[in-house]
Design a binder for this molecule. Structure first.
Ligand SMILES: Nc1ncnc2c1ncn2[C@@H]1O[C@H](COP(=O)(O)OP(=O)(O)OP(=O)(O)O)[C@@H](O)[C@H]1O
Length: 532
C-alpha cells in the first residue's frame, strides 16, 4: 500500500467533510431515535391498549422492512404528499424512525428488568408514578441499558452509510465517488475504514465512560474495602458469640430482647377488637387470585401504639393482608381505614389512581418494611433514608441528611452512611430499611416477616431494633412473623390466621402461650418445638 497516498486520503478535506456528515446523521438518528423510542416504549408500557397496539404496529412495520427502502420512501414518496426534504434531512429522519424501534425495545427491557421489589418499596415510601420512574426505575434501568445503547450508537453510525442511496454526501458516498474518479481504491478504502474506526472508537470510549459513571452509587464515598469487610465480620462474629452487637449495634439495642409492656387497647376476648379511634381498622377483607380465595372476610383493628403480631402457617394470607393495608395489592371487597382515612377505594367503588394512593399512604402515615429489605441499590445507605424524605415529604436536603444520620446512628449503622447497600450484611440492610421506613415519622408501621430472609445469627440484631421502636416510639405496628418468642415479647395482640381467615385473636401472651382453637394449638406447638 502507498503510505503517502493513504495519509493523503486520510486527511483529505473531501473525505473529512463526508465524515462530518456521517457524524451529523449518526447524531440525528441516535438522538431522534432515542426520543421517539422513549415514546414508543411508554406507549407499550401503558395500560391503554390502543396506544400499545399503535406502538406495536409501528415497531412491526419499521423492524420488518429494510432501512434502504425506508430511506428511499422518505426521500422520494413523501414529496408526493407535499413534504419535500433535503437528502440530509430525509436521511436523518429515516434513520431516527428506524432506530426508534430498537431503542424502544432497549428501554422496555431495561425498565422491565428493574427488580419489582425496588418499585414496590418506592411505592410503599409514598413515591407517585412520576417520582418512582425518575428516582428509582430510570436510574436502575439506565445502568442496565448503557451497553445496549452504545451498541445502538455504533449500529446507527454504520447504518448511516446506507443514506448514500439517496445522495447524502456522507463518508461512504464520498469514498465511492473519489475511488471511481482516482482509481486509488485500496488507499481510499483503507483511509475510509480508519475514519470509521476512529468514530467507532470514540463512541466506545464514551460508552465506557458513561458505563463507569452509571455504576457509581449516588452518595457513596470511596472507603477501603478491607475496613468494610472487617466491620462486617466483627458484627457477625459478635452476633454469633451471643453478644448481640458488633460495631453496628448501638448500646441501647444491645443485650437480650426485653419484654415490652402491653400498651394500646387490648382486644376483647371475643376476637372482634374495638375499632373506634383505631389506628387501623379492616372490615370484611376478601382477596381472590383467580378462583382461589386467599383472604376470606378478615376483620382487624389496632389501637394507636398497639403492636399486633400476625401469625399463621405459610400461605395463610399474612403478607397479602399487609400489602392490602398498604394498598400495594388490590382487594375484592372490604374496607381499610388507617388513622381515620379510608384508603384505596373511593365512593364510586373504583380503586384510586397510583398517584392518589401514594398521597393517601403519606397522609395516613403508613409505612412498610419488607422481607427482602429492598434498599435502593443505586443509592448509598444514607441516600436510601434521606432521598424519600426530600422527594416525597419535601424536606430540605440538610434536614433530610441530618435525619438519615440520626436514624442510622440509632440503628447502629452511622459509620455505614456512605456505603453501598450491597456491601452490608442482610441484618444491617434490614436495619437500614427500618430506618428508611420510619424516617418520615409514620404512625402505622407494617413489617412483613422482617427477619425471614436473614441468617439465624443476624436475626437478633433486627429484632432488637424493632423492639426498641415499639418501646421508645410508641408506633402502631402490624407485623407478620414466624418468631413466636419475639412476637410474645413485643406484641400486645396476636392474630392467628389460617386459610385466609382470622381463627383466633387476643392478647399475645394468651394466644401464643395458651391458644384455644385446635388449629392455633397445632401451629404454636410446632413453632415452639422448632424454636427450641
Ligand atoms: N400474586 C399472586 N398470585 C396468585 N396467588 C398468590 C399471589 N400472591 C400470593 N398468592 C397466594 O396467596 C396465598 C397467601 O399468600 P401470602 O404470601 O399472603 O401468605 P403468608 O401467610 O404471608 O405466607 P408466608 O408465611 O409463606 O409468607 C398463598 O397461597 C399464595 O400462594
Amino acid at each position: 500500500m502507498d503510505i503517502t497516498g493513504f495519509l493523503h486520503y486520510l486527511t483529505l478535506p473531501y473525505l473529512v467533510e463526508g465524515l462530518l456528515v456521517t457524524l451529523q446523521l449518526t447524531a440525528f438518528g441516535f438522538l431522534g431515535g432515542m426520543a421517539l423510542g422513549a415514546v414508543l416504549a411508554a406507549m407499550q408500557l401503558t395500560r391503554f391498549r390502543t396506544l400499545t397496539v399503535i406502538a406495536r404496529c409501528y415497531t412491526t412495520l419499521y423492524r420488518g422492512t429494510p432501512l434502504i427502502l425506508q430511506l428511499v420512501f422518505t426521500f422520494t414518496v413523501l414529496p408526493h404528499a407535499g413534504v419535500v426534504l433535503t437528502p440530509i434531512v430525509a436521511g436523518s429522519l429515516a434513520l431516527a424512525l428506524n432506530e426508534a424501534t430498537f431503542f424502544s425495545e432497549i428501554f422496555r427491557s431495561g425498565i422491565r428488568g428493574v427488580d419489582q421489589a425496588q418499585t414496590t418499596a418506592g411505592r410503599a415510601l409514598g413515591l407517585g408514578p412520576g417520582a418512582l420512574m425518575r428516582r428509582v426505575t430510570a436510574p436502575q434501568a439506565f445502568r442496565q441499558m448503557v451497553p445496549a445503547l452504545g451498541n445502538e450508537a455504533v449500529a446507527t453510525m454504520k447504518n448511516s452509510a446506507l443514506a448514500s442511496i439517496i445522495a447524502v454526501p456522507e463518508l461512504t458516498l464520498r469514498t465511492q465517488q473519489l475511488a471511481s474518479s482516482t482509481f486509488d481504491y485500496f488507499e481510499i478504502y483503507v483511509a475510509t475504514a480508519v475514519l470509521y474506526l476512529l468514530l467507532t472508537g470514540a463512541i466506545t470510549g464514551v460508552q465506557l465512560l458513561v458505563e463507569r459513571r452509571s455504576v457509581r452509587i449516588a452518595g457513596v464515598r470511596s472507603r477501603p474495602l478491607a475496613r468494610r469487610k472487617r466491620g462486617r465480620a466483627e458484627t457477625t462474629a459478635a452476633s454469633t458469640a451471643g453478644l448481640g452487637r458488633g460495631p453496628g449495634t448501638p448500646p441501647e439495642l444491645a443485650g437480650p430482647v426485653e419484654v415490652v409492656e402491653m400498651r394500646g387497647g387490648a382486644p376483647a376476648e371475643d376476637g372482634r377488637p374495638e375499632a373506634r379511634g383505631a389506628a387501623l381498622a379492616l372490615t370484611g377483607i376478601v382477596k381472590r387470585y383467580g378462583e382461589r380465595t386467599v383472604l376470606d372476610g378478615v376483620d382487624l383493628a389496632a389501637q394507636p401504639g398497639e403492636v399486633v403480631a400476625l401469625l399463621g402457617p405459610s400461605g395463610s394470607g399474612k403478607s397479602t393482608l399487609l400489602r392490602i393495608i398498604d394498598q400495594l395489592e388490590t382487594r375484592d371487597s372490604g374496607t381499610v381505614t388507617v388513622n381515620g382515612a379510608e384508603l384505596g377505594i373511593g365512593a364510586t367503588g373504583r380503586r384510586h389512581s397510583e398517584s392518589r394512593l401514594a398521597a393517601e399512604r403519606v397522609d395516613a402515615g403508613v409505612s412498610m418494611v419488607f422481607q427482602n429489605f429492598a434498599l435502593f441499590s443505586h443509592l448509598s445507605v444514607a441516600e436510601n433514608v434521606a432521598g424519600p424524605l426530600r422527594w416525597v415529604h419535601g424536606w430540605a436536603a440538610d434536614a433530610a441528611a441530618a435525619r438519615a444520620h440520626e436514624l442510622l446512628g440509632r440503628v447502629g449503622l452511622g459509620e455505614y452512611a456512605d456505603a453501598a447497600p450491597a456491601s452490608l450484611s442482610g441484618g444491617q440492610q434490614q436495619r437500614v430499611a427500618i430506618a428508611r421506613a420510619i424516617a418520615a415519622r409514620p404512625r402505622l408501621l407494617l413489617l412483613d416477616e422482617p427477619t425471614s430472609a436473614l441468617d439465624p445469627e443476624l436475626v437478633a440484631e433486627v429484632l432488637r431494633v424493632i423492639t426498641s421502636l415499639a418501646r421508645d416510639e410508641g408506633l402502631t405496628m402490624v407485623l407478620a412473623t414466624h418468631q413466636l418468642r419475639f412476637a410474645r415479647q413485643v406484641a400486645d395482640t396476636a392474630v392467628f390466621m389460617a386459610g385466609g381467615r382470622v381463627v383466633e385473636t387476643g392478647p399475645a401472651e394468651r394466644v401464643i402461650g395458651d391458644p384455644s382453637t385446635p388449629q392455633a394449638v397445632t401451629f404454636m406447638t410446632a413453632m415452639n418445638a422448632a424454636e427450641v
